[in-house]
Design a protein around this ligand. Structure first.
Ligand SMILES: Cc1cc2nc3c(=O)[nH]c(=O)nc-3n(C[C@H](O)[C@H](O)[C@H](O)COP(=O)(O)O)c2cc1C
Length: 322
């Protein structure tokens, strides 16, 4: 079954499926596995210590796949400079750059005329319109079900996606709450031309940097098993609920200041859980879609299964015609 959309054409991929940037989890193994399975895999630039390591990781992906892949820039986090990291993507002429978490203008400007495809992850209609006006080739839009950082408006994927589809002319990619062929087809019915998944790709064999405890917790979690933290700081983000996120929410209730929270929400606390599995001393991002995750397949098994599910739905809708 063919899945041609403007997004598959833009990216040169078989399936309109993008693996989201995943801080401290999306390295070459995962990115190459997704690209080899027909989607667009990504490595997360700002999780790497510096330009040399990023260049090495990009070359590692290229050694593992001849398919297109992306490099993700989550900017605005802690005000870390990213320009020297972006130069590496340009010098290595990577096929796709995605960006989120801050003003995309400097990145879009730097990439203009390079031939690198530019996708912006947004969480509101006005951000999508801004990305389009600044020259983005496509927007990804994440609803409040999603894992990791979210918009401040608490709008779910079901409403946000068609709102954005109606507000821009470039292709729209739906993100947040998608984990199987049903979610994929629902997104296409809303007018999206592709999907992005974050949480679902963590529970795969090739997400080798995620601890077994994290993966097991994703399987065990119900749809109610996540919590939004950092709301008081103006940067809401969804994580798996555990004793650490309970502590964070307690502090937010008492003293919602960055000073009071910084040790609890730090990158180190994140890595203690996602890499080492220490649920007493750290946290891991995850979306409500954890409630739909029941196994840890290979990336290829996951994508093939989703294509089968989506194909069956399409046949049902179209009376057997593809
Ligand atoms: C563990 C984790 C880390 C994330 N880190 C990033 C990141 O570094 N850059 C980014 O663009 N998005 C990041 N996201 C957001 C995802 O790319 C994606 O938008 C989100 O996971 C979609 O919702 P879902 O989890 O329901 O699929 C992260 C999400 C998770 C779960």
């Amino acid at each position: 079954m063919e899945w041609n959309t403007r997004l598959t054409e833009l990216l040169g991929v078989r399936y309109p499926i993008i693996q989201g940037g995943l801080a401290y989890l999306a390295y070459a193994d995962l990115a190459a596995a997704v690209s080899n399975a027909g989607g667009l895999g990504q490595i997360t630039a700002m999780s790497l210590p510096g330009p040399d390591e990023l260049r090495e990781e990009i070359r590692k992906v290229r050694a593992m796949t001849d398919q297109p892949f992306g490099v993700n820039y989550a900017i605005g986090q802690h005000g870390r400079p990213f320009e020297h990291m972006l130069d590496v993507a340009v010098e290595e002429n990577v096929p796709v750059v995605t960006m989120t978490g801050g003003n995309p203008a400097p990145i879009l400007e730097r990439l203009s005329g390079t031939g690198i495809k530019k996708l912006v992850l947004v969480a509101a209609v006005r951000q999508a319109q801004k990305a389009e006006s600044l020259g983005a080739d496509a927007v990804m839009v994440v609803g409040q079900e999603g894992g990791g950082h979210l918009g401040r408006d608490d709008v779910g994927t079901m409403v946000l996606v068609p709102r954005v589809v109606d507000s821009v002319t470039i292709p729209v990619v739906a993100s947040g709450g998608i984990g199987d062929g049903r979610g994929w087809m629902a997104a296409m019915a809303l007018g999206a031309e592709g999907i992005e998944m974050g949480t679902r790709f963590i529970a795969t064999k090739e997400c080798v940097h995620a601890s077994e405890i994290y993966k097991d917790a994703l399987i065990a979690a119900h749809e109610t098993g996540t919590a939004v933290i950092k709301r008081g700081l103006g940067t809401p983000a969804r994580a798996l609920s555990n004793s650490w996120t309970d502590k964070i929410l307690d502090i937010e209730e008492q003293t919602p200041t960055y000073e009071a929270l910084k040790d609890y929400i730090s990158g180190e606390a994140n890595r203690r859980y996602i890499h080492e599995g220490d649920g007493e001393a750290g946290y891991g991002w995850a979306g409500q879609v954890a409630g739909l995750i029941g196994d840890v397949p290979s990336v290829r098994e996951l994508i093939d299964r989703m294509a089968g599910e989506a194909g069956a739905i399409r046949s049902r809708w179209c009376g057997g015609a593809n």
